[in-house]
Design a protein around this ligand. Sequence first.
Ligand SMILES: Nc1ncnc2c1ncn2[C@@H]1O[C@H](COP(=O)(O)OP(=O)(O)OP(=O)(O)O)[C@@H](O)[C@H]1O
Ligand SMILES: [Mg+2]
Length: 279
Amino acid sequence: MANEITVDNLFFRYHEQSPYVLNDISLTVKQGEWLTILGHNGSGKSTLAKFFNALNVPSKGDVVACGINTKTADEWINIRRNVAMVFQNPDNQIVAPTVEDDVAFGLENAGVPYEDMRDRVYNSINKLGLSGLEKQEPHRLSGGQKQRVALAGALALRPRVLVLDEATSMLDPTGRKEVLSILEKLRVEENISIIMITHDVTEALLSDRIIILAEGSIVHEGVPNQIFTDEASLGKVGLRAPFIVQIANELRRHDVPLPEGVLSHEELVSSLCKYKPIA
Ligand SMILES: Nc1ncnc2c1ncn2[C@@H]1O[C@H](COP(=O)(O)OP(=O)(O)OP(=O)(O)O)[C@@H](O)[C@H]1O
Ligand SMILES: [Mg+2]
């Protein structure tokens, strides 16, 4: 499967004299893959995210997004059409007086012809479950609805990659669940690659692969099961496994022979129901 994002030996610092914020980062993201980037505050996650759509451009190393090297300034608009970003605070992303205008805003910037815009806007609004709210003023919506408006705007661009920088962190559990289930659907139905930056280890369970950043370097990379069963390594970078995985790990330490890959409540219950302790 094709790589949608390739980062090769990327180094980055904000100022000539300051230390590197990203140190020799190399990674790939395949089509339809969901990658989570975890790391403590200041580890470089947001800085890295901005390289995926040429908001930051490498001075040392290379980033190729959807087949285009991000150093090619003429292609930045094209790259940003293919790699859409959604940020943490929905209030900072809403720019227009109505939901439909807001969803259309990115399309105007991307130079999408007017006759295609209508279809794209309504299709995106519908996909995000916002039908009926087209004429609403975005600031009257709930946090979850606002973040869905931001997502609708990003998706109207029909991106190949969606980058979410803590895009669910300001939502309540219901809003968060709504957004995550939409993302899952998009990935399955449209084969979009998702790069999710989060502090929430439970959200990371939804991904195919996890990268952990610490002080600007990739310190761990693997599937969720690998990453979360190694609690000692997680602890060293200030993270804890999701609660269910912690319980499963603790039970294993007490000789309960749980299979590998118990990542959800359902999997834990079903494994325990099969367990017959030796009398
Ligand atoms: N515009 C900037 N100018 C100078 N330094 C910056 C700038 N933005 C970020 N930094 C520094 O770069 C480092 C990485 O910051 P970054 O925002 O990428 O971390 P993060 O992992 O996203 O953190 P958080 O979890 O708090 O969002 C930090 O030391 C930060 O102070
Ligand atoms: Mg950040």
